[in-house]
Design a protein around this ligand. Structure first.
Ligand SMILES: Cc1cc2nc3c(=O)[nH]c(=O)nc-3n(C[C@H](O)[C@H](O)[C@H](O)COP(=O)(O)OP(=O)(O)OC[C@H]3O[C@@H](n4cnc5c(N)ncnc54)[C@H](O)[C@@H]3O)c2cc1C
Ligand code: SF4
Ligand code: SF4
Ligand code: SF4
Length: 358
């Protein structure tokens, strides 16, 4: 058993990787806060897009995507917007085959869709999630209201539209190229047979080289031989043979076969859940929406429920470039609030917990 108890925050693909790590191995991740995520952007191409508007990443105070537009709140107080269709020209290719909006395998999922400004929609999915939200309300970290039927309907409609549209993209892609593995309808026994014959070469052929890699860093984290390295673009492997009995990277990748209990049901637009609330922080006021993620992480650390949080902050020397960090410092958690609309290998900091590496 892992000695660490970590709360992580991640997009649905990162949460799926965490769920697969938990499914196949002992994992230090104790609590998963999943974000809603419609799409994510290439940092490089987004920077180029801003250049067309005479802007740099440095000029931006906050990004926000809402009602068909990407809004940029500038540090000088101005606001610039572009149509979402324009912004979508720099979406990462892997996001076009992503069939979940709401982090269906998390303990709680948090997003803005369905809530009024300054509040976050929270989908409570597990017993653990339910207790933590209940206690965070009791200790006055957050306040919560029921989502109205029309707010819920909106969320379900948007989630369902994402699933449908990207499923069509999958069908289109599969008609021309390799199958999109994580959507294969296989039994767990068949999946284990596939895994037992697969290693990094299969991950490269089926995920990385076909534009399906979400750059989560799970493969790098679970490699017992430290053969995988992610610098900026994609996972690469050192020129050294893998041990014949190792299949870890292929097993945990969120874009290879999904075990039955973690698979997205296309007929359930937001997955299984216990309750849905609209929530606002009573402790913090600087964040993306209701500052709920920051506040729940504060609650979990302060109450000793977890001993570290795995978060995504921005680099000091490269504006809005995300990087993952493991911390128990509430100030660092508060500093990392707000949404960075590009990816980084979120599991990278777990490498430092050597004793927990599989
Ligand atoms: C790429 C992306 C796309 C999103 N798309 C949608 C959407 O379409 N609809 C919607 O309703 N919500 C979306 N969200 C979620 C939304 O932007 C807020 O993160 C969410 O509502 C929580 O707000 P908050 O105020 O509670 O969070 P805060 O208290 O501000 O905390 C935000 C937390 O998110 C983490 N974080 C920031 N960027 C990343 C990242 N790139 N990867 C992993 N973790 C990160 C930080 O570590 C921080 O702890 C998206 C988030 C991301 C990262
Ligand atoms: S693949 Fe893209 S759209 Fe899907 S959860 Fe990950 S970042 Fe979001
Ligand atoms: S040693 Fe295992 S985890 Fe590492 S690259 Fe090879 S198969 Fe993947
Ligand atoms: S190849 Fe590695 S980094 Fe890419 S999605 Fe799979 S596990 Fe994540």
């Amino acid at each position: 058993m892992s000695k660490e108890k970590i709360a992580m925050v991640g997009t649905p693909c990162g949460i799926m990787a965490a769920s697969k790590i938990q499914h196949y191995n002992d994992s230090p991740i104790y609590f998963k806060i999943g974000l809603f995520c419609m799409e994510n952007f290439s940092y490089l191409y987004f920077t180029k897009l801003l250049k067309e508007l005479d802007l740099t990443m440095d000029d931006i105070e906050k990004f926000r995507i809402e009602k068909g537009y990407a809004f940029f709140n500038l540090k000088n107080g101005d606001q610039v917007k572009i149509s979402l269709s324009k912004a979508k020209t720099v979406v990462r290719k892997n996001c076009n085959i992503c069939v979940e909006l709401t982090s269906e395998t998390s303990d709680i999922s948090v997003g803005s869709i369905g809530s009024e400004n300054g509040w976050s929609t929270v989908i409570v999915r597990t017993d653990k999630g339910e207790k933590i939200i209940k206690d965070a309300i009791k200790y006055k970290y957050i306040k919560a209201k029921e989502l109205t039927p029309s707010q819920l309907k909106l969320l379900e409609r948007i989630a369902s539209n994402k699933k449908k549209a990207n499923h069509e993209n999958i069908e289109e892609r599969e008609a021309k190229a390799r199958p999109v593995l994580y959507q294969r309808d296989k039994t767990d026994k068949n999946i284990m047979e596939e895994i037992s014959e697969s290693n990094f070469d299969d991950l490269r052929a089926n995920v990385i080289n076909v534009g399906a890699c979400v750059l989560c860093g799970a493969c790098e984290y679970v490699c017992p031989e430290e053969l995988i390295l992610i610098k900026n673009t994609k996972p690469r492997k050192k020129r050294k043979e893998c041990p014949p009995d190792c299949h870890n990277c292929f097993a945990v990748c969120p874009r290879t076969f999904t075990p039955v209990n973690l698979r997205n049901d296309l007929n359930k637009s937001i997955g299984d859940y216990k309750k849905i609330l609209t929530v606002k922080s009573l402790k913090h006021n600087k964040g993306q929406d209701g500052v709920v993620v920051t506040t729940i992480l504060d609650y979990l650390i302060t109450k000793g429920i977890v001993n570290q949080a795995l978060i995504v902050d921005k680099k000091e020397d490269l504006s809005w470039k995300p990087y993952a960090k493991l911390t128990k410092d509430i100030d660092e958690i508060v500093k990392a609030s707000g949404t960075k609309y590009s990816v980084c290998p979120v599991f990278k900091p777990l490498k430092q917990l050597k004793e927990d590496v599989i």
